[in-house]
Design a binder for this molecule. Structure first.
Ligand SMILES: [Zn+2]
Length: 101
């Protein structure tokens, strides 16, 4: 038997297995959880960067389209929004009709 120092809490403990690194299951689970959290943080950060990149691409795309039709970015965005309006209005009208019945 060997006395070791827990890598999680720093307590000394007697290892019952050669591969044991932590004094208890509790410490082992804390480390496993922490590892998972770090992985998720990294993963989420990458997703965030990808989203930002995509948003940048979209702005670039809209800018290009706007220039093609001789409009500013804002004008083009407004035009796109108005283009989407009829659908919104139809949905609203349908909804109101249903409510009136
Ligand atoms: Zn421990």
């Amino acid at each position: 038997m060997k006395t070791l120092i827990c890598e999680q809490c720093g307590n000394t403990y007697i290892a019952t297995r050669a591969s044991q690194k932590y004094c208890s299951d509790e410490c082992r689970l804390i480390v496993i959880k922490e590892r998972g959290r770090l992985y998720n943080d990294k993963h989420r950060q990458k997703e965030k960067i990808d989203e930002q990149k995509k948003a940048k691409d979209a702005i670039g795309y809209i800018n290009e389209k706007a220039r093609e039709s001789g409009m500013s970015y804002g004008q083009y965005r407004a035009k796109l929004m108005l283009k989407n309006m009829p659908k919104i209005n139809t949905e609203l009208a349908n909804e109101l009709k249903v409510k009136n019945v």
